[in-house]
Design a binder for this molecule. Structure first.
Ligand code: PLP
Length: 435
């Protein structure tokens, strides 16, 4: 990094401090991970210089012969990884991929049915401050407040709502839902009401690729994802179709009158629909990450992500914490802190003082505002990448409990911070920049 250090000391210093923070601290944000150096090298490559609007072999610019190779490799690997017929690797982010879904399947004003944002759904699934809630009419299903399905989705209720609302699209996927989805049941409801079915697997893509969770691709019309969470690639998005075919919306090619395939509609929604030039350096980095994810070691990693997440959830339950739905099937645990007398906001702050990074999160039927919240969301992907195992995660829960049980005790927090630094020092991360 010597060029950067000399050319721009201010930015170098910010990076240096952030790297030290990542090295020393405990990263428990469920949506974050640590990419390999190979992924970072592709992202930091001169491919950033290249304009390549269009698709491989059909670009609007010359000189694309080598970036075409990179994008074709990324597409082929993604298809192999998810066993699907079509992908578009160009979305700049998860939100961009989702924008292309709406643009393809919905007209402004159309109604869709998705997971309540306060029950784990994402901003791009109909929040009033997001384009999805501004341009389209959102209706929600949620999780049960109590009973045998507490914290889980009741598919009978989803069906009742779908029959009543008759949405044009049903969305699945979440930012804070700890249980797996029943895609076959969702598809049967979608078919019954004549709706499109969309899964946003941004959070769980890596676990799905590793076959640790149910596979949405055989059941959904379209699947979107990020590539940077459990999939452990660069910060970006992607669209996938399990089985391509003629679209049922009557869209035809203007000159020939040929009925277009779904894949063609989604390709043109990404470009020129809502993006300009693709980020070829990021697409190359996606290709590298997909190669890593195709390796057997990624299955081992993904299984460990879930084992660690479950060890953490069990340890919270043992210590009297209310884990939403009583546990987890994936990399996330959502902890309702209402019986512990501390808000999500305060928990996030005080844990941050001990160099434990989590995020405050609404819990289902929350009584606090989204800025305060009653819960925290905790995830295992990043620290599993660093090599931590179940016992380490149980020990972490002990440290979190120590801090949350006595949140104003500065000496205690300082001691926990010391223990965290000892723990992270045993699992080195990036040593190419030192603080
Ligand atoms: C379910 C879901 N969809 C979409 C996104 C948006 O991804 P991005 O931040 O890359 O736009 C997120 C990000 O947290 C997410 O959790």
């Amino acid at each position: 990094m010597s060029n950067l250090q000399q050319a721009d000391p201010a930015i170098y210093s910010a990076i240096e401090k952030e790297v030290a923070r990542q090295n020393e601290g405990l990263e428990l944000i469920a949506s974050e991970n640590f990419v390999s150096r190979a992924v970072m090298q592709a992202m930091g490559s001169p491919l950033t210089n290249k304009y390549a609007e269009g698709l491989p072999g059909k670009r609007y610019y010359g000189g694309c012969q080598f970036v075409d190779v990179a994008e074709d490799i990324a597409r082929d690997r993604a298809k192999q990884l998810f066993d699907c017929e079509w992908v578009n690797v160009q979305p700049h982010s998860g939100a961009s991929a989702n924008a292309a879904v709406y643009l393809t399947l919905m007209q402004p004003g159309d109604t869709f049915l998705g997971l309540n944002l306060a029950h784990g759904g994402h901003l791009t699934h109909g929040s009033p401050v997001n384009f999805s809630g501004i341009l389209y009419k959102s209706e929600y299903y949620g999780v049960e407040p109590d009973g045998p399905l507490a914290g889980r989705i009741d598919m009978n209720k989803v069906r009742e709502q779908a029959l009543r609302i008759k949405p044009r699209m049903i969305s699945i996927g979440a930012s804070a839902y700890c249980r797996d989805f029943d895609y076959a049941a969702f598809r049967s409801i979608a078919d019954e009401v004549g709706a499109f079915l969309w899964m946003d697997m941004a959070h769980t893509a890596g676990l799905i690729a590793a076959k640790c969770l149910n596979d949405p691709l055989p059941h959904c019309h379209i699947v979107s994802t990020t590539t940077h969470k459990t999939l452990r690639g660069p910060r970006a998005g992607m669209l996938l179709i399990g089985k391509d075919g003629e679209n049922t919306m009557g869209k035809v090619a203007p000159k020939s009158g040929r009925v277009k395939n779904w894949s063609e509609l989604f390709d043109s929604s990404v470009f020129p629909g809502m993006q300009g030039g693709p980020l070829m350096h990021v697409i190359a980095a996606k290709a590298v990450a997909f190669k890593e994810a195709l390796d057997d070691s990624f299955k081992t990693y993904s299984k460990q992500v879930i084992a660690n997440s479950q060890a953490m959830a069990d340890a919270f339950v043992e210590r009297g914490y209310n884990v939403v739905s009583g546990g987890t099937d994936n990399h996330i645990s959502l902890i309702d802190l209402r019986n512990k007398g501390i808000t999500g906001k305060d928990a996030e702050i005080v844990l941050g003082e001990a160099d434990i990074t989590v995020n405050k999160n609404m819990v289902p039927y929350d009584t606090e505002s989204p800025f305060v919240t009653s819960g925290i969301r905790i995830g295992s992907p990043a620290m599993t990448t660093r090599g931590l195992m179940e016992d380490d995660f149980r020990a972490i829960v002990g440290m979190i409990d120590t801090v949350l049980s006595d949140p104003t005790n500065a000496t205690l927090i300082k001691n926990v911070r010391g223990s965290i630094h000892e723990l992270t020092a045993r699992f080195p991360l990036y040593d190419f920049v030192t603080a």
